[in-house]
Design a protein around this ligand. Structure first.
Ligand code: HEM
Length: 522
């Protein structure tokens, strides 16, 4: 499906900016730029985990039903959000039908989604059919059974909603690869700069108040980092100022409110936000402010879009979406989640990570580079494990392009052309038939022999062992995301021996409050 397409492999010659002098006295070592380059690919061959062709497993009719029209979907929505909650909604039905593949409704249902009926795939064997674009169509399915108004994206269906069979998909994905490739040398230094600010702010706030919200600080740091690394533009020096993160959150809310728990009283939340769309006009002025920032900052990418034959405004709406929804949204969910899992793992893991990371950086002339990070196997495994245990984008959808047979571990199921397949990724990546101690955070799970399991890590909308291309729907920023996630862990443990957190919930991911940061002592 994607074999002929060029793909992005970040083999960055990357350097890191020298640490600001204010930091140097407290850091265990100083940093001097050197250049190094290393492959990001894991040292094991890519393995395709697309669903296999039918074998001898007994054919079973897909169990479950959709209930009475209108009533069934609303009942299922209330179960999903409130009466059971998402995990229990799926678990209880697996029990009831004795099957990880069954029929159910997915929110939002009436009046927003024209048809909420799906076939749910809730194990690691059936799930990967959702990546096989020869079998499923991905058109307008990015947010599931409903699509937000294109008024929220300049009137365009942006890349995330396009199927690879649509000609614009390849052009726009190429543009994303161009952006990422052009700016690759900026990632490590700009990450260091933005997240040094974050840590300094956290320290100040903890000193003053005894605790600090990681989420709030991360929103500002992530937005600054993305703007500076991808576009060379510092938001504070433009008319956008520091408003970026707040505007993005409001704009994302207008797109995702039908499927989020916002923490409002149940009745209001469900009868308003899950039943009707918020009018896009209410966020237009803010969106335009964001758009102007991108139009001013992204000239070099818009020049490339001219060359590709994509109108500049369409390209700019796509850059805004990829940066603010895909990238900022992803970092907003994943970074607190990763901190939560590493925080909960405790002092033993923290010490091991600090030792490994500092030793690899010291051996690399005190530089954080791709090469240095290749010598941090525990850090790499820890990041993969965070992606496995709590994939940041948990819901995936695909429409059967033709009649096909899907296999779970126990049965095969006949699916009709046009049926909507849905996968809840955490149930695939915590499948006990694939992973031992699947519900536990095992930081060293992917070390050594464990690397063979990387093909079952699926956060990027594809196996970790495969590569995004213009022919597939895998996250265009896969390597970038892996890199910045590793950088967060590296920066954290270069600076601190350990840390403590408190964890709550939020509409997107976890709410993490840092209660202590222990400065590096070795
Ligand atoms: C933690 C951060 C990120 C996460 C968790 C993430 C996750 C994902 C996922 C799950 C998809 C597939 C959605 C679907 O079709 O079901 C996706 C697609 C996409 N992502 Fe990312 N992403 C992240 C960051 C980025 C970055 C940094 C970029 C780069 C600009 C990016 C660009 C895209 C694009 C363009 C697509 C659509 C690909 C296509 O249509 O072929 N993402 N991402």
């Amino acid at each position: 499906m994607a074999s002929s397409s060029p793909s992005l492999q970040l083999q960055f010659p990357l350097t890191r900016r020298t640490a600001p002098s204010s930091n140097r006295s407290t850091r265990p070592f100083s940093l001097r730029p050197i250049r190094a380059s290393v492959s990001e690919r894991p040292p094991i061959p890519a393995v395709s985990v697309a669903a296999p062709e039918p074998t001898q497993l007994p054919i079973r009719k897909v169990p479950g039903d959709y209930g009475i029209p209108f009533i069934g979907p609303i009942k299922d929505r209330l179960d999903y959000f409130y009466n059971q909650g998402r995990d229990e909604y799926f678990k209880s039905r697996i029990q009831k039908y004795q099957s990880t593949v069954f029929r159910a409704n997915m929110p939002p249902g009436p009046f927003i989604a024209p048809n909420p009926n799906v076939v749910a795939l809730l194990d690691g064997k059936s799930f990967p059919v959702l990546f096989d674009v020869t079998k499923v169509e991905k058109k307008d399915l990015f947010t599931g059974t409903f699509m937000p108004s294109t008024e929220l994206t300049g009137g365009y269906r942006v890349l995330s909603y396009l199927d690879p069979s649509e000609p614009k998909h390849a052009l726009l994905k190429r543009l994303m690869f161009f952006l990422l490739k052009s700016r690759r040398e900026k990632v490590i230094p700009e990450f260091h700069s933005s997240y040094t600010d974050l840590f300094q702010n956290l320290e100040k706030e903890i000193a003053a108040k005894g605790k600090a919200s990681f989420g709030d600080a991360n929103d500002q740091a992530a937005f600054n980092f993305l703007a500076r690394s991808l576009y060379g533009s510092n938001p504070a020096d433009t008319p956008l100022g520091l408003d970026g993160p707040k505007i993005v959150q409001k704009w994302v809310l207008f797109q995702l409110s039908p499927i989020l728990i916002l923490g409002l009283p149940k009745l209001i939340e469900d009868s308003v936000f899950h039943t009707f769309r918020l009018p896009p006009s209410l966020v237009k002025k803010d969106y335009n402010k964001l758009y102007d920032f991108f139009y001013q900052s992204a000239g070099f990418v818009l020049d490339e879009s001219d060359r590709l034959g994509v109108p500049r405004d369409e390209a700019c709406h796509n850059l805004l979406f990829a940066t603010c929804f895909n990238s900022f949204g992803g970092m907003k969910i994943f970074f607190p989640n990763m901190l939560k899992w590493i925080g909960r793992a405790g002092i033993k893991l923290h010490t091991q990570l600090a030792q490994e990371i500092r030793s690899a950086v010291r051996s690399n002339g005190n530089q954080v580079t791709m090469a240095a990070m290749e010598n941090m196997p525990l850090m790499k495994s820890t990041v993969y494990e965070a992606f496995r245990i709590e994939p940041p984008v948990p819901l995936q959808f695909g429409r059967a392009k033709h009649d096909l047979v899907i296999e779970s571990h126990d049965n095969s199921f006949e699916i009709k052309q046009g049926e909507l397949l849905f996968g809840y990724q955490p149930f695939a990546t915590k499948d006990p038939k694939i992973f031992d101690r699947s519900e536990e955070f095992v930081a060293d799970r992917f070390l050594g022999e464990g690397e063979r399991l990387l093909k079952h890590v699926l956060w990027s909308n594809g196996p970790e062992t495969e590569t995004p291309s213009i022919g597939n729907k895998q996250c265009a920023g896969k390597d970038f995301v892996t890199l910045v996630s590793r950088l967060l862990v590296v920066e954290l443990f270069l600076r601190y021996d350990s840390f403590d957190i408190e964890v709550g919930t939020s509409p997107l991911g976890s709410s993490v409050t840092v209660t202590s940061l222990k400065r590096a002592s070795f």
